[in-house]
Design a protein around this ligand. Structure first.
Ligand SMILES: [Zn+2]
Length: 85
């Protein structure tokens, strides 16, 4: 069981998308969708849903879940979700 960082609902991993942070060119923490759940490092879990992304972004849930202190860039993850709706 995992908790969605957006809506805080607890559900099985298979219902959620794993997300990891990668250091971007400007020092931001770029969020990367880990579709195969194989990337190393700490992961955050979220529904593949823009509403959950918005909530997670507003609450800074990704920074907390991924233990990053730099600004979080969700643009790559947002584009991924928009393409997969
Ligand atoms: Zn959710």
């Amino acid at each position: 069981m995992r908790t969605c960082v957006g809506c805080r609902e607890r559900t099985s991993c298979s219902a959620l998308l794993r997300v990891v942070a990668r250091t971007g060119s400007s020092g931001t923490a770029e969020l990367v969708p880990d579709v195969r759940r194989s990337l190393p490092g700490r992961g955050a879990w979220i529904h593949a849903d823009l509403a959950c992304l918005d909530r997670a972004e507003k609450r800074r849930s990704f920074a907390r879940a991924l233990r990053v202190t730099t600004p979080v860039d969700v643009s790559g993850l947002r584009a991924h979700l928009e393409q997969n709706l």
